[in-house]
Design a protein around this ligand. Sequence first.
Ligand SMILES: [Ca+2]
Ligand SMILES: [Ca+2]
Ligand SMILES: [Ca+2]
Ligand SMILES: [Ca+2]
Length: 660
Amino acid sequence: MINNIYDILYKKNKKNPMKKTLTLSVIFYFVLFTSSLISQEIPFNTSPDWESNANGSISTGLGLADINNDGWKDIIVADGNDIHRQHLVVYYNQGDGTFPLDPDWESSDIDYHGHLSCGDIDKDGWIDVAVSVYLGEGGFSDPGYVKVYYNNNGTLESIPSFQSEQFYTFSCALGDADGDGDLDLATTAGEPYNSIFDYGKIFYNNAGVFNNSDQWNSSITMGSLDVDFADMDANGFLDVIFSCEETPNYIYLADDEGNISNVPAWQSAENLNFINSIDIGFVNSLTYPSLIMTGNSQLGGEGKVRLYDFLSGIPSTSSASWQSQNFGYGSGVLLADVTNNGVLDLIYGGWWLPMKIALKEGTGFQMNPSYTSSTNSVVEAILMADLDKEIIINKQEVFQIEQENISVIYLEKQIIENIVSVIKNGISLNYNEFTSVSNRNWISFNENLNSGDEVIVNYEFSNDGDIVITNWDSGKGNYIFYNTNESTIDTITINLETGFQFVSSRIIPENPDLMIVLEDVLNENLDFVRNSEGAMLRKIGPNWVNNIGDWKIDEGYLIKMFENNSFEIVGIAVDPSTIIPVFAGFQFVSYFPENSLNALIAFSSLIGDSLDFIRNSKGEMIRKIGPNWVNGIGNTNPGEGYLIKMFSDGELIYPAEKKY
Ligand SMILES: [Ca+2]
Ligand SMILES: [Ca+2]
Ligand SMILES: [Ca+2]
Ligand SMILES: [Ca+2]
């Protein structure tokens, strides 16, 4: 099952990062950085590009996750709210980012569904869905419950096999509440329309299942409407945060063993709150996440977006550090780096209101948002994912752990498309040894990390996130605003001459299978292709036999031709500063820079006692003659590969070019 999951994750790029733990880091998209003018444009049309058939649905909860493991994120929607008892539904991604207008799947049961959370609760490799049921069958006089639809090999079960005892709950969140590497379930509690306050709750995961009643509850009652997990005090354990109607908002911290206190560590200085939704992200501190909350003035208050910063840890109380203008019935809220400039922007909506995007400005966000949609709908939830996988970027982060006994680390990017692999101290972790949830950027480990541990995470993020919105207007569907950033595919032409040559590519082939990459030259002009290990692609009898496998971006290849020929590689460019590990002995390496460089400058990271020589296709060399390094190569060129002989291991890092 584990291999199966990874196969699916990898299938997208048809490459095999498991074998390459220290190489590929970030692939840049040059076009997005060409000017500040472009980076300030909001890449969304003002009206939605897709609207599902309304079908009378009161859409509320939203999840973007790959339910059927085909590598494409699906849309999960919980219908009902406090208006009708309706279904949980799934729109399957049609394998290109498009969706049918009507759901492909719906649950057999109906309920007054609130919000939902997606994650693999039982760690079987399939994403499960937890849903809050606000009201019971009898409506407002009857409390709801929380339930879980487990995923059976790609289809959610038609009747949720977990259902808790009854209480009013509008939202829930999966997170590792006890730091043991599995997903626990926190829920809001209370029914603010009738000022029914209740204790916030956590259900602990016990081998993939939950007890009917909670095992943690807050010491005080709240009117909570939203909840989430985050490591607010940066102690390496997830804490739980409730945003509330009528009562203060609260943070409950986990101690250094990962036990969440029942007593709140923080409460908002604003005592009377009318908060609809919450999101969390590193807005003004890279250590302590900020809370962003939408006020909704239906029952009171001002109806503003509020930002709570925690720049030096968690005080017992504090007030919002930034507030938007009053806009009324606020609802869905999302922090996302809309302009791909490394800081989080603010996306929010409201009831009978448009979606707005306020870019980060100073320590807050634009008071007059750059973007306002032309829509006017009852927004419930807003999420973002690159549904059509237009600009998926591979990133590698290396964590040198400096704290003792921690469970959680945070990835740099706010919105993660996929976690590809997690490597601890050189060993690739099993899928069961860590956990994460859709739309969150923490990873929690079942075995705590300690000072001196090294963790490498290979993951995918996107510079082309699409926005999905649920609307509860019965006459309006749900929306997708596709990101209009252009996916720029680059091309390199590699010219081959009669005889031997070393070649390489700075463009990552979309399909790296060597037989596909070299399709155009698999003819009588080609003798063979060889890699550093001596594996070959050559004709045996009438057939081309590929013993090399995939084209590896950091490797060079030796090609022998009978006649001149050429081929093109189409794909996205590798980050030229990606580290290429080199080892004692001989190897063919790739050339990443976009332009020609003086070879001594290009290879400056290798010049030293570890290097014996560097050779190009013509036999020209960089080597030490007497006390001096002599450049017999002249200039390096894109498309060329180089033969490097090392005395000991090292790292080749090409010098940064002026790229943008
Ligand atoms: Ca899917
Ligand atoms: Ca599952
Ligand atoms: Ca847990
Ligand atoms: Ca914490």
